[in-house]
Design a protein around this ligand. Structure first.
Ligand code: UT7
Length: 306
């Protein structure tokens, strides 16, 4: 369907497979599946959830956000449902919000979900091949709960944004400051497709991701050698490998699964966390570091003691 090759994709990105939804599957339904799995793993009943944070750049509708549709699927009315738009850093921003809500005492149990349907929004012509080969659909979820045990849980979160780089990875249309928000010309010119200056984003990622991990470690009096598992946002295997090298981490300290899913944006970190747990790589007492950078630019890191 476009001029590309398996060899190019594997070499430049590490991606061998990606999952696309059947037409008609909603993000809310995928988010609900992931939420049920997370609730079961956490031994928490859905009715114990006090608030929902849902991160996505591909909402099911313009408004309201996917969070309320998830809430409806889970039968959780009237707990608050917050949609968060921080793209590839959505899960990290959501983790920060959920952690702050819990620390402040506002809510005790927060369901945090990252979900994306990218496949329906890609330019599948050769012109869009740099983006189209990267992205997959997916959902991941985590349950956060307040505890008196201060040695465990989220140690800290560190977030940054740089709006001056907004257009190096963005989707121009539809645009609410234009009337109509999307025109036939927009569609003809492909302004409804995501566009990226890949090399520029790459450069920012390999600089900012190690930097913000360092910031998180410093804030907690820790060093890179203390990290048991780094779970980076899965955008490109070469990015994860450069971040690993810059932090001086061994292969067994970094978890990657982009090979099978491609970039699922806000869902990559929770999907990776789930698979790392399934593979027995997350043990009690381990220090887990999450890190990511993406459209915004938004980036961040979080440290979690299991
Ligand atoms: O999650 C959000 C954050 N996103 C990222 O972090 C992504 C960061 N960027 C990247 O991962 C990489 O820049 C890409 C994978 C997107 C591209 O890799 P690259 O090594 O930077 O390639 P490039 O864009 O410089 O393109 C090199 C060549 C070009 O051809 P010419 O101009 O040299 O003739 C592209 O047209 O590769 C061509 N190309 C492709 N060829 C085959 C671009 N995409 C493809 C493709 N198949 N899918």
């Amino acid at each position: 369907i476009m001029d590309t090759s398996d060899e190019w994709i594997r070499e430049r990105t590490g991606i061998a497979e990606r999952r696309w939804v059947e037409p008609g599957t909603t993000g809310a339904a995928m988010a609900a599946d992931a939420s049920r799995m997370a609730l079961e793993a956490a031994h928490v009943e859905a009715r114990e959830v006090d608030a929902i944070v849902l991160a996505t750049l591909s909402p099911d509708h313009c408004f309201p956000g996917t969070g309320v549709f998830l809430q409806r699927e889970l039968g959780l009315s009237p707990v608050p449902a917050l949609d968060l738009r921080a793209q590839c850093s959505g899960f990290l921003y959501g983790l920060s919000v959920a952690d702050a809500w819990i620390r402040s005492g506002q809510y005790r149990t927060v369901l945090l979900v990252g979900v994306e349907i990218q496949s329906t929004g890609l330019d599948l012509t050769t012109e869009g091949r740099d983006m189209a080969v990267l992205f997959g659909d997916g959902a991941g979820a985590a349950v956060l709960r307040g505890s008196e045990d201060t040695d465990r849980g989220v140690l800290s979160t560190h977030l940054h944004s740089q709006g001056e780089h907004a257009e190096i990875l963005w989707c121009d249309a539809s645009a609410s400051y234009r009337h109509p928000r999307i025109t036939a010309e927009d569609l003809e010119e492909g302004r409804h497709y995501p566009r990226m200056e890949g090399k520029e984003v790459f450069k920012h990622a390999v600089q900012r991701m190690p930097e913000v991990v360092g910031e998180a470690l410093d804030a907690n009096g820790l060093t890179a050698s203390d990290i048991d598992l780094l779970i980076p946002h899965q955008a490109n295997l070469r990015i994860s490998q450069m971040v690993q090298r810059r932090l001086g981490l061994r292969d067994d300290q970094v978890f990657n699964n982009i090979q099978r899913y491609g970039n699922t944006t806000a869902a990559t970190i929770p999907i990776a966390l789930h698979e790392a747990r399934q593979q027995g790589l997350v043990k009690a007492g381990d220090l887990i570091c999450f890190v990511g950078l993406g459209s915004g630019l938004n980036w961040g890191a979080a440290l979690h003691r299991c």
